[in-house]
Design a protein. Structure first.
Length: 451
């Protein structure tokens, strides 16, 4: 990184950033209060609120959102007549999954092989630190040249829409000229990337019933309709022979125009086992950024240990469907429900319940904010040109903000590059990426203010 005051300040702040991220990661802030204490999320929210007050933010508040969680808000005034920028991150995290599979405890930030490991280190507590580092660097070098609104969501991973509904009820609160969503990531470490599209999603629970109760498989098996077998068959109907998603009536042939994703690189990023084929057709970018993708997230059925020789009377599954930009998530939900109902065999009773939904997003990459970010990235990543990539995941808040503030420019950056392994065991963040992106964000705010 070429020497400049902002970069030097961020570099000097990195030891402090590690200490702060260690403190923030220690909160088990999973917004599923059946699994984790609410006090852990409250503790993380209060930590962020205190950090904002220490930086001179005004009107710092813990917002009680309609889903029963809290988002942290603060306002940092800039020069009179300056533009307003909203900085977003979230402090809730995914559950750690199998804690025994972690090389180090998931809620203890641990340095190993040049990376910092811990749940939320990249997604997205590291994003909170990225914003703080950028603002601190600007304050040390002449001041923050824009008005800053800061929002840290408390339930993004749950998809329960609390902040979206709160924003709709208080539309003036998050109004801004530009919005920086710190919940995306570079295409790979060292390659500066903005995410220009997000897939939307729908989440449904499907339940199949065939009998009044379980039956002895020896006495009744072969004629009695097996609910688990029926569920397996209907779930299998969601994929073609090559693994492509096939929901009746839903187009699945769109092509991605932009950054290519090498297949061998994807195999390494996804840690595909040797000899196992990738699924679907078209380029990798087509499959993960431009086409729908179904995933069975879970199945309720007897575990292998303790199973009895029974024909199952009932079974259910949680099914996620990611939908690309240009496809309405509500319409996709209807098509998925109709598919599941029509493909259930043997006249079995089937019930489909919608659990969550979010629209896809496409940014306007021709806006002045994108040029300001490209110029900033060029300094933070010398010799690299800013790239535009899609992201297969969903951030429903993006569409809510785009609808509420149609004139606002929205940029997505962040720390969730492939090596971060977000949502998986051994999640980590690259401190070099945290440093470079903090520099890029600081320079972006300065460029944008001057533009």
């Amino acid at each position: 990184m070429s020497s400049n005051p902002v970069a030097e300040t961020v570099s000097s702040l990195m030891p402090r950033a590690k200490e702060e991220l260690t403190a923030l990661v220690a909160f088990k802030s999973v917004a599923d209060f059946d699994q984790f204490p609410r006090s852990e999320s409250v503790g993380a929210a209060n930590w962020i609120a205190s950090a904002l007050r220490a930086e001179g933010f005004q009107d710092v508040d813990l917002l009680d959102t309609p889903d029963g969680t809290q988002s942290v808000y603060g306002y940092l005034p800039g020069p009179k007549g300056a533009k307003t920028v909203l900085l977003y991150a979230h402090y809730d995290v995914q559950p750690p999954l199998d804690e025994a599979a972690w090389a180090t405890p998931p809620f203890e930030l641990t340095e190993r092989d040049g990376r910092w490991y811990g749940r939320g280190a990249a997604d997205c507590k590291g994003g909170v630190l990225m914003h703080l580092l950028a603002l601190r660097a600007l304050k040390a070098d002449g001041g923050v040249p824009v008005h800053v609104k800061f929002i840290a969501e408390g339930s993004e991973e749950q998809g329960t829409g609390g902040l979206e509904r709160y924003a709709e009820q208080h539309p003036e609160l998050l109004a801004a000229d530009t919005i920086v969503i710190g919940d995306a990531g570079n295409f790979r470490v060292g390659l500066p990337t903005v995410t220009s599209t997000l897939r939307g999603m729908t989440l449904v629970r499907v339940k199949v019933d065939t009998l009044e109760g379980n039956l002895h498989s020896g006495q009744f098996g072969g004629a009695a309709p097996d609910a688990l077998a029926a569920l397996i068959r209907v779930l299998d109907s969601l994929r073609a022979e090559d693994g492509s998603t096939t929901v009746d009536g839903l187009a699945s042939d769109s092509a991605w125009e932009g950054l290519a994703y090498d297949e061998e690189q994807f195999r390494r990023d996804a840690r595909v086992l040797d000899g196992v084929e990738l699924i679907g057709s078209g380029s990798v970018a087509d499959r993960i950024w431009a086409r729908p993708a179904v995933t069975v997230l879970g199945i309720d059925c007897p575990p292998v240990v303790g199973a009895t020789p029974s024909v199952q009377a009932s079974a259910r599954a949680l099914v996620s469907l990611r939908v690309p930009p240009g496809v309405d998530a509500g319409e996709a939900t209807k098509l998925l429900q109709a598919h599941l109902e029509s493909r259930t065999p043997w006249g079995a009773r089937v019930a489909v319940e919608q659990i969550g939904q979010g629209q896809a997003f496409r940014a306007d990459t021709t806006s002045p904010a994108y040029q300001a970010m490209a110029d900033a990235m060029a300094v933070a990543y010398p010799g690299e040109e800013m790239q535009y990539a899609g992201q297969g995941g969903s951030i429903p808040l993006c569409n809510t903000l785009a609808a509420l503030y149609p004139r606002a420019e929205i940029l997505l950056i962040g720390l969730s590059e492939p090596e971060a392994q977000i949502h998986a065991v051994n999640e980590s963040v690259s401190p070099e990426e945290l440093e470079r992106l903090s520099v890029a964000e600081a320079l972006f705010l300065r460029n944008y203010a001057a533009g």
